[in-house]
Every structure is written in C-alpha cells, then in structure tokens.
Write a protein that binds this ligand. Sequence first.
Ligand code: PEP
Length: 251
Amino acid sequence: MNRIVAGNWKMHLGPQAGYDLAVALANRIPDLQGIEVVVAPPFISLAAVRQGLQGSHIKLAAQNVFWEKQGAFTGEVSAAMLREAGCQYVIIGHSERRQLFGETDVGVNRKVCAALNNGLVPIVCVGETLAERDGGETAAVLERQVTRALLALTTDDIKRLVFAYEPVWAIGTGRAANVQMAVEVAVAIRDLVKGLFPDSDSIPVLYGGSVNPENAAQFASRPEISGALVGGASLQADAFTEIVRAFYKER
Ligand code: PEP
C-alpha cells in the first residue's frame, strides 16, 4: 500500500502564490517509490497549481465537493468539475467544514458517493473534539463518523477510499496527538471498516493535526499510520518536503 502525504492549503494562496508553491514543490520532490504526494489548494487556485505541478508526480486534490452533478447550487463545485480540473483526490468532512459550515455525517456520505462515482479518491476526515475525548466518547464518535460516511458503499468502493484521523483539538494548535494515540485510532478505524466490509483490504488511515518536520518521523515510523494530512506546514515548500521525506525514509 502506498503511503500518502497530503497538504491541505485551506484558504491560503491564490492562483499566483499557489503556482509558485507548486513549482517549488515540483522542483524539490522527485518521484518517490511508495509515496503519493498530494496538494489541496483552494478551488480558485486549482488550475494554476495544476500548471505548476506539470512534469512532477505530485497529485491534485480539492478541499471539498458538492454531491449534485450541476444546477442552481450557488457557490458549489461538482465532482465531475473537479475531475475536469485535474483533481484525483478530494478532502471530505474536514472538521473545519463540519464545525464552521454545518457539514453533517449524511452530507459527508453523499459527497463520498459523488466523489467515488466520478473517479475521485475521497480523503474522509474523522476525529473527536477535546470535550468528546475528555468525556470518553472518542470511540463512539469515530464509529458514528466512519459508519455513516460509508453508508451504501460497496467493497469495491472501499478500495478507493482513504481515511484521515484528525483529532479536532490537534488541528492548527501546534499540539499534535501522541503517536500511540494516533496508532490506536488508526487501528480502530481499520477494524471498524473491516467489520463493515469483511472482504475489503486494509484501508489507508492518515494522521492529521499539527504534523511538522520535527514530529513527522515519529508518525512515519509506525506502519499503522499510512501517511499524513498536513495543514500549516504544507504552506512552506521546505517543511512539506521534509515531511514527505520522513514518510519516505520510514516506509
Ligand atoms: C488540517 O488542516 O487538516 C491540519 C491537519 O492542519 P494542521 O496541520 O495545521 O494542524
């Protein structure tokens, strides 16, 4: 199974700055056997970043998708449009979307289905808040999010899907989960999926939440963790390259 290191640029870098970072990454990150490198710029920068990545093996992702094919859905973008724009992956259910934009488990599931139906690999984000962890609800929250995200999917679909465990309290806070915690949840998610789809292969589970060049090797050293979803540190070419290298070294 390839490992995946994906950069979530969030609402940073318009077309020109996105192009510049894409070129810098393309120059720094060669084709690394066994590692898939992905960047997710804002919608408006997808075309420019695609251009900047030309000739490299770095793949393009979107940060969101809408489930309808087309129509009167102001401000939304369909999975087919993302494919046309060169995306191979799409981040779905990021905690910022769940918390700030009211995204529900039902919506996440519809987006996952739309992505799969259009040949995009969904990177489905799940994770508990600090209150949920402190309240001993982590397992229940993850079970709910994972189960609902996969509603109506087939074993075949599961082959083309990635989970990212992103504890909400670790995102953008500089306070990463400890590695043991991340490993435990990665294993739990994998077991959950196996329970729901007994014939499926082991599913990739990334860790996300304040991954940086200093802590990347710890996460990378654990085979249970299939890669990283990186926010802040993915905006700097050198930092993101170092994280990619850490996962390559420890693969
Ligand atoms: C993210 O946005 O998915 C993320 C993990 O952010 P950060 O690395 O900045 O915590």
